[in-house]
Design a binder for this molecule. Structure first.
Ligand SMILES: NC(=O)c1ccc[n+]([C@@H]2O[C@H](COP(=O)([O-])OP(=O)(O)OC[C@H]3O[C@@H](n4cnc5c(N)ncnc54)[C@H](O)[C@@H]3O)[C@@H](O)[C@H]2O)c1
Ligand SMILES: O[C@H]1[C@H](O)[C@@H](O)[C@H](O)[C@@H](O)[C@H]1O
Length: 335
């Protein structure tokens, strides 16, 4: 059976996921598209899903004959659509963030628990990246118990609509999830420090920033978030353990020797950096959706990320003072 998929939000990632489902992966087809900007849905239809129907209303798309839904619209709209997909009993892949507030994410886990089975997968694709998977294995086999993590999340540039809290909700959110998964640990506090501002950052953005997270097991993590670094898209992660160190590999690139310079190209676009992981996460989603459920990162993971992100945003405002992170017990559905 070919699974019928509806995609809400057909901008950069919505189009890329549509291409992935229709041209790369097996077992599913995008049959329905929605975007508040109809022109985006039309271009997605033209380029990747010529047989798909365009819906002007996302709720009508969810209620249609689609078997599963992908939510790829802007972050603040995710909660509404994920709740509607759960109410319709349809498996739902939601791009990060699950919700832009912890309260919103809590409503989603409450709705999913009321149904009594998993229906939501959150788009934390780094868990599927072969580099991070190898790093997790190294924590078990090589580094010994982790003591510290040094990480960096650098984007070449961002648009005018990207404001200071987005460095957390939109960007750091990947580290919030993947580092907790790597360590099998949860966060207990967050602090944010602002170095001198880059002249490339616009008026409403303080950039770069350094976020310091402490975990329940006492690991201290520093993440540099620098979204106007100019030179490339650069993701770094180094785990320092009791017995050794493990570092995320660089993406494959040829080395050049020319003009007395040893060179290696750096990627510039996030779409290329985790290209395999996007394929793997969606393949996982489609496999589970065919059974009427969801796999991979859970709504609980999305909730924990949202609670942590809220604390980080509060820490941005409290200028270096640590902000505590308190989590309720994990519901049985997510064990
Ligand atoms: N996992 C990742 O690495 C990754 C990468 C990029 C984006 N994302 C996430 O995906 C989401 C979309 O990001 P993007 O880069 O594709 O943004 P984008 O601006 O390119 O596309 C978003 C699309 O959603 C549409 N939209 C906005 N509100 C809507 C609504 N209420 N109903 C229907 N459509 C609506 C917009 O018109 C736009 O076409 C964001 O949450 C972002 O954080 C995740
Ligand atoms: O939505 C994007 C995407 O999630 C990228 O992976 C991240 O590096 C960017 O900072 C963010 O804006």
């Amino acid at each position: 059976m070919t699974l019928k998929i509806g995609v809400i939000g057909t901008g950069a990632i919505g189009q890329d996921h549509t291409r992935r489902i229709n041209q790369v992966l097996a077992g599913a087809k995008v049959t329905a598209l929605n975007d508040v900007n109809r022109a985006n849905a039309e271009s997605c239809q033209r380029d990747y899903a010529p047989d798909a129907q365009i819906f002007d209303d996302a709720h009508a798309l969810i209620a249609s004959d689609v078997d599963a839904v992908l939510v790829c619209s802007w972050g603040q709209t995710h909660e509404e659509y994920v709740l509607a997909a759960i109410a319709a009993g349809k498996p739902c892949f939601c791009e990060k963030p699950l919700a832009t507030t912890a309260e919103g994410a809590r409503r989603i886990i409450a709705a999913e628990q009321a149904v009594g089975k998993r229906l939501v997968q959150v788009g934390f694709m780094r868990r599927y990246d072969p580099g991070y998977v190898a790093l997790k294995k190294a924590v078990k086999d090589v580094t010994g118990a982790p003591l510290m993590i040094h990480a960096a999340h650098r984007n070449p540039r961002v648009g005018e609509n990207y404001v200071t809290p987005m460095a957390i909700h939109d960007t750091l959110i990947h580290e919030i999830d993947v580092l907790r998964w790597l360590l099998d640990d949860d966060y207990v506090s967050a602090q944010v420090f602002f170095p001198r501002k880059s002249p490339r950052a616009h008026e409403k953005l303080r950039d770069p920033q350094i976020v310091v997270l402490e975990t329940a097991k006492g690991v201290v993590i520093d993440v540099e978030v620098f979204v106007n670094c100019h030179y490339g898209y650069d993701i770094q992660c180094e785990i320092v353990g009791e017995d050794g160190i493990a570092k995320l590999p660089e993406p494959m690139a040829i080395q050049t020797r020319s003009g007395a310079v040893l060179g290696q190209q750096i990627l510039t676009d996030w779409k290329d950096r985790f290209i395999d992981s996007y394929d793997y996460e969606l393949a996982d989603f489609l496999k589970a959706a065919a059974r009427g459920t969801a796999a991979g990162p859970t709504a609980w993971d999305g909730y924990v990320a949202a609670v942590t992100a809220d604390a980080c945003v509060a820490a941005q405002e409290s200028e270096g003072t640590p902000v505590k992170i308190d989590l309720p017990a994990r519901p049985a559905l997510y064990d």
